[in-house]
Design a protein around this ligand. Structure first.
Ligand SMILES: Nc1ncnc2c1ncn2[C@@H]1O[C@H](COP(=O)(O)OP(=O)(O)O)[C@@H](O)[C@H]1O
Ligand SMILES: [Mg+2]
Length: 188
């Protein structure tokens, strides 16, 4: 496979050891995504689409485990990276837009607080600069009155607006790769 691609997934296997037996959530999945390319993963419910994304993000929780294959981001293997190293990549070089925007949003923090934090987790900029970047991200996804919205909490947004907000956060650090897990924006 083309190792110069942004993302190469080779024979990925993610499994859950449950009381009812072994669930092969992702079973020998391989694909590559090049810079600028959009790839869609199609399959019936429970076929492992979400788990493929979670595996790439390093977000598979016990009893789930990646048991085989490799995940190459610009030719370097993400498998086996420490939690700390993965935190530096997640939300920075790879972002995920989850099916449920509340996977991204913190319900008890104001939007500006969480967006500024998301920027400053990966970029050495002042709060003021991070806030301006956050405002621009809201504008980019078509959120009206961004200044007011920055001061709001997630519960004050409609479902569609929360989805846009999660997309804005995913875009904040200009990731090389964005994984979308069936977000269903209501404005589409
Ligand atoms: N926490 C878990 N414990 C056991 N099995 C799980 C868990 N999470 C997901 N799975 C299983 O992994 C498989 C793939 O799920 P998923 O990736 O969510 O499918 P899709 O997104 O294609 O609908 C399913 O069989 C699902 O039941
Ligand atoms: Mg899914």
């Amino acid at each position: 496979m083309d190792n110069t691609a942004t993302l190469v997934v080779n024979n990925l296997q993610t499994q859950f050891a449950t009381r009812a037996g072994l669930v092969k959530a992702v079973d020998q999945v391989s694909f590559a995504v090049k810079r600028g390319e959009i790839m869609g993963l199609v399959g019936e419910s429970d076929s492992g689409k979400s788990m493929t994304g979670y595996s790439i993000m390093g977000l598979v929780d016990t009893p789930g485990k990646i048991v085989g294959g490799e995940i190459l981001l610009q030719a370097s293997n993400l498998r086996g990276l420490s939690a700390e190293a993965m935190r530096k990549i997640r939300g920075n070089r790879i972002a995920m837009i989850f099916q449920d925007p509340m996977m991204t949003l913190n319900p008890v923090l104001r939007i500006d607080t969480q967006m500024i934090e998301a920027v400053r987790a990966h970029q050495d900029v002042s709060k003021m600069v991070a806030r301006e970047m956050s405002r621009e991200a809201l504008v980019r996804v078509g959120i009206p009155s961004p200044d007011e919205r920055l001061l709001a909490y997630p519960y004050q947004f409609s479902g569609g607006m929360r989805q846009r907000e999660a997309i804005a956060i995913a875009l904040l650090n200009k990731p090389d790769l964005i994984i979308c897990d069936e977000p269903t924006p209501r404005w589409m």
